[in-house]
Design a protein around this ligand. Sequence first.
Ligand code: G3P
Ligand code: CA
Length: 238
Amino acid sequence: MINFAHRGASNDYPENTILSLKEGIKSGANGLEIDVHKSKDNKLVVIHDEDVERTFIGRGLVKDFTLKELKELKSRKKLFRDNKECHIPTLEEVLDLIKDKDILLNIELKTDVIRYEGIEEDVVNLIKKYKIQDKIILSSFNHESIKKVKLISNIKTGMLYEKPIENVAEYAKALGVEYIHPDLRLVNEELIKEAHKNNLKVNIFTVNNPIYMRMCIANKVDGVFTDYPELLNEILTK
Ligand code: G3P
Ligand code: CA
């Protein structure tokens, strides 16, 4: 099973930062999950929200800051405010971190609220430049983004969803994804079986409770996104 450190080891460290990703790897995760947006000057940046304010000391939308301005923002977490690895990373910095490691990186394209012109092409081109297509899953709640990725590459894709979809395996196959990424609340044994029967892998978000971690393991789920990669690693190895 892939243990995806969700936004890195985000229960202990500031989410979606180089520190949190490094700590995720240290804690035994064999996968990482990050979220990508675009800055005012069209750079690919790693942060969860459209707005910087929840995680950084600053106000406004990511798309209205230049990369230089985003880099100046300090983490909202007091203990990490002056940590050099706790700024907003570029996607390139994350690819540099994983390129020589045995890590599967799930890049979520955050295109469900703001439409970032050309984000799919930019992300795909960067992955191709690094020649690490086999280490990547591109996922999105915006299934139009997935279609775009499919048109321009054969990078594997994950269909995120948090509301029930009727005939989900059929829907996913029509979309052409290799993975379905359901919200934990939508998952039962039957769904996992149905997906596997249809040659679809299942990665579930966000699994932070050990009871559900064990349920995922027992049902042969392919991957789990967790804010507690160390705990999941402990459960998987014991
Ligand atoms: O990719 C799984 C999960 O990250 C999706 O939800 O809101 O944490 O980005 P969210
Ligand atoms: Ca995400």
